[in-house]
Design a protein around this ligand. Sequence first.
Ligand code: HEC
Ligand code: HEC
Length: 396
Amino acid sequence: MNFQNKLLLGIGAFVGIMLLVGWVAINEPARMEVFTTQWQGRSIERGAALFLNNCSTCHGTDGLGLAGVAPALKNPMLFLNDNPAKVAKAKVTDLTGQLTALQTAQTEYDDAVKALPDLQSKRDAIADKNSQEYKDADAAFQAADAKIRNYDPKTPEKATDLQKQVDDANKELADLQTAGWDPSRDTRLKEMGWGGSLHDYIKSTLISGRPASKFYWPQPMPTWAQSAGGPLRNDEIDNLVDYVLNYQTDAVKLTPTQINQELKIPVVGEVSTENPIFADLGKTVDVKTLDLAGGDAAAGQTAYTNRGCAGCHLNEGGAAYSVAPTQGTYTRIVDVRLKDAPNAGLTPEQYIAESILYPNQYVVPGGTAGLMPQTFGDQLGLTELKNIIAFLESQK
Ligand code: HEC
Ligand code: HEC
């Protein structure tokens, strides 16, 4: 081959390879998507089988819950962002407020129209135009006159229109209530003060269970992950999370009357009879003034699970949720956290107390602010806090 032909062949081969690479590059995302969907599909299938074997005895084979046993997981309150009845009620309140304001304006106008001639003649009858009496009478006349001048003549029309809107909104609310929506309740994640994703909420509930639910259900939600002493492997937990999340499409179309058992708000008072720290000492207690010594580490471990701490602060794979795995907490605090300038002068106990009562005061490097619930000060008593501290100090 002469040089020119070799060159042509070379160019041809190069262009061919580039076309091939381009083709693969264009198709790769689609191929990966099909792959991911298939993978997801298989995970949901495996989750469905696990659910039937492990969960359906309490949550029902259809996930709609069993009355008096366990709540529905195929449940709009778990998947919706807002409770429609709560939204409808807020609308009624808002519109009613606007209507009342219009009605007040109308009454004031009617009164002013009636009173004006009298107010005028009373004022004009006063001879001394410089007297205080005259000034007062004039002020009263001017005030009534201003009410009349500022009156919007469209008020009756607007009031009629608003009245109709109020009636419609009330009807919408009544219809929702008939369908079982309770305007005083909130969606689950809001009621539980959960700042993270639904995926993480379900996963952490599955991992550590809800031991404290024995106080408000006949049988508590068990612990499932092997890492927390339960029977299931991590991949099985993931399959179950995928399966429960897959309820979404159906769940958001349901009304509460179509499920068998609604979620309950945890009765924290029965778990601990102590007054919460914030109730006793106020919301801005200085951790340096607290006596944090002498906690019981074993009781602290129970509290750590009951309060849902363990679900986020996993030992393994904890990085997916936070950068603060339970194991090694004490060593990390002494070796790293307390050497960070904002924590200067804190003892390990005070640092832990601050992390629990005011998680956003110091967000650990790489951590997500606002993810850890901000409400523990409203829930934990001082003894429970001390116990948790003692438990975390045993995690070297
Ligand atoms: C012994 C009965 C029982 C079994 C078995 C059970 N659960 Fe539960 N589960 C409960 C109860 C009771 C609650 C409510 C806990 C609460 O209100 O705090 C619950 C709550 C949950 C929640 C959280 C819902 C919420 O917002 O409170 C999820 C998710 C869940 N279970 C999934 C499962 C899965 C998946 C399985 C099977 C691996 C399972 N459960 C097995 C009783 C059970
Ligand atoms: C929704 C997830 C979540 C829950 C539930 C949760 N935490 Fe946290 N926690 C975090 C995250 C994320 C961080 C790291 C970001 C930060 O500093 O706020 C953190 C940080 C901490 C730290 C500081 C750790 C360090 O390495 O400096 C402590 C201590 C702690 N949490 C204790 C608790 C205790 C005790 C509970 C239960 C009473 C709890 N957490 C519940 C998410 C959670």
